[in-house]
Design a protein around this ligand. Structure first.
Ligand code: NAD
Ligand code: UD1
Length: 352
């Protein structure tokens, strides 16, 4: 298996699940948002060798080299940029990486006859829900450049498969992935101030931040705060293994939501996290965040029907594992990501 973005949050957990299912793995990552130390931890948890290639998914030559050197039956494509507000400020970067990267990958797969693709899509492609729960047939109206890059990449994959029918793909639309591997060795380690709720709460709990800003207390929800379908990253990882198994046994492409089918409010998450970590999470209700939805949750029945998969973990498990990761690694992974340019500078300094 080739796992692009394999050292990132979701990709690293999927690598563990794939290794446990007996697959050989090559992880490819340019370390734009990952640390190399993830690799040693991955190998330790997975208990088997995971090959690693440091490369950019937009580099067709690097992909060709991977495909020439070893048999690759399928690609799981996680490499991408994912911050909504950043995508508004830097649309070209987002289109280049998320759409251009997928295009380069598809071209290399075609050239080397690699016929299976699992793609990380997002519930963001739906935009504001017209009705809940969100089914896969809900219209696609993404409200920001990030969401549009995902929608376009989905279309690109489907168009390629129409022209090259041997290509079979799974488009997996994730809801809100949270939590961490139960070992506490790998987890979510955002750079700078976290945008997302779980890493922010975890950093408050561990003392890195004073209090949580709750964005909006006047939504039309049970307690006025936003409601989301949080899904444990280990459930998400199992969903990928199930999707791959389905592509292997029944060569038919499909698109499914990966969520739990139920939503929790921000305050419900705060209360559960407090209970699990045994510490108070101070918070303050603030103005709504621009672009936020009141509520979103998945209809997760298609995944169950097609893949025989359903989420096993609840909110308490998600909080417990997020807390274990954060408390064992209060400052995240030991080193910060290093850009390719910086690595080249360091090498040339060492040589001179
Ligand atoms: P992440 O940033 O932790 O992982 C992405 C990985 O891709 C990182 O390791 C990064 O270094 C790598 N990468 C980025 N650009 C690259 C490039 N040009 N070439 C090679 N590697 C590159 O993010 P994640 O949360 O693990 O998300 C994985 C995928 O799932 C992304 O495509 C994301 O859009 C999608 N997704 C994530 C979420 C979420 O909330 N985490 C929700 C829906 C969809
Ligand atoms: C965000 C992205 C979405 C992406 C998802 C990944 C936006 C507009 N959307 O969604 O594209 O797929 O992350 O998981 O950025 N909250 C607070 N305080 C915080 C952080 C969040 O109150 O400090 C609230 C939010 O208002 C929301 C909920 O917590 O109600 C979840 O927020 P977040 O984790 O950022 O996820 P999404 O907004 O669903």
């Amino acid at each position: 298996m080739l796992v692009t973005g394999g050292l990132g949050f979701v990709g690293s957990h999927v690598c563990v699940a794939l290794a446990e299912a007996g697959y050989d793995i090559v992880a490819l990552d340019n370390l734009a948002n990952a640390r190399l130390s993830v690799l040693a931890r991955l190998r330790e948890i997975a208990g088997r060798r995971i090959s690693f290639v440091r490369a950019d998914v937009r580099d067709g030559r690097a992909l060709a080299q991977v495909f020439r050197r070893r048999p690759v039956a399928a690609v799981l494509h996680f490499a991408g940029l994912k911050a909504v507000h950043e995508s508004v400020a830097q649309p070209l970067e987002y289109y280049d990486t998320n759409v251009g990267g997928t295009l380069t990958l598809l071209r290399a797969m075609r050239q080397h006859d690699v016929r299976r693709l699992v793609f990380s899509s997002s519930c963001t492609v739906y935009g504001a829900p017209e009705s809940l729960p969100l089914t896969e047939t809900h219209p696609l109206r993404p409200a920001n450049p990030y969401g549009r890059t995902k929608m376009i990449a989905e279309g690109l994959i489907a168009d390629c498969a129409a022209a090259w029918p041997e290509l079979k793909y799974a488009l997996l639309r994730y809801f809100n992935p949270v939590g961490a591997h139960p070992s506490g060795r790998i987890g979510e380690d955002p750079l700078g101030v976290p945008n997302n709720l779980f890493p922010y709460i975890a950093q408050v709990a561990v003392g890195r931040r004073a209090k949580l800003n709750v964005w909006g207390g006047d939504y039309d929800t049970q307690d006025g705060t936003g409601v989301r379908d949080y899904i444990h990253v280990m459930d998400l990882a199992a969903g990928h293994v199930a999707a791959l198994a389905r592509l292997e046994s029944q060569p038919e492409s499909f698109t499914v939501n990966l969520g739990t089918g139920r939503g929790y409010s921000v305050l419900e998450v705060v209360k559960t996290f407090e209970r699990v970590c045994g510490r108070p999470i101070p918070y303050e209700i603030r103005e709504r965040r621009a672009g936020d939805l009141a509520q979103s949750w998945a209809d997760a029945t298609l995944a169950e029907r097609l893949l025989g998969w359903r989420a096993r973990y609840g909110l308490e498990d998600m909080c417990r594992d997020a807390w274990r990761w954060q408390s064992l690694n209060p400052d995240g992974y030991p080193e910060r990501p290093v850009s390719a340019a910086e690595t080249r500078r360091r090498r040339s300094r060492r040589r001179s």
